[in-house]
Write a new protein. Sequence first.
Length: 208
Amino acid sequence: MANHSSPEFHHLATKYPGRLGWLLTPEGFRTCKPRPWIPMAFDNGAWSAYQNKTEWSERSWFEMLDRIEAQKITPEWVLAPDCVGNKLETLKMFFAYRHHIESRGWKICYAVQDGNLPSEIPCTIDALFIGGSLAWKWKTLSMWCNAFPDLPIHVGRVNRMGKIRSCFREGVASVDGTGWFRRPTAEWFGDLDGFFSGIKDRQIELYE
């Protein structure tokens, strides 16, 4: 679902290379036509399953990995399977599935859950995904950025310009938010164009 392809999106993606990308779930990747100028990171589909009250599909996730490999895509990172809201089960799933990402030579991302502490995060990861409830996420964001200054940190469900600016100030590498493109085109286009034109010293990516 996160493969927004309007002309306005592609205009911004070419005007600001590397700053807008696609965060693709197994479901979304089935209908996606990759573009070489658009960075791609890959989600695991757990949040969508959680929202829809359905069981997470291991088979769909493996099929996504095979398609990434077959199309010779080099992802920014691939999010290891996680259990929404359950930090202990997420850790178990990470160790159960990480090999399927690492064996392909891709960067592996870990999703933190409510109640996680930096000391509980595996040391073998390449990126960190800040998920969890909205209140917990924003309360702990500085902690994660300070604890892992050398890791790319991604924040999920960032749908307001004020929150993007907060992430930028903290040193976050990327964010995602499908809510942007549910607004009138002129609104989100103007907001993002103004934001990206105003930051010259450091990059932050927005994934749809």
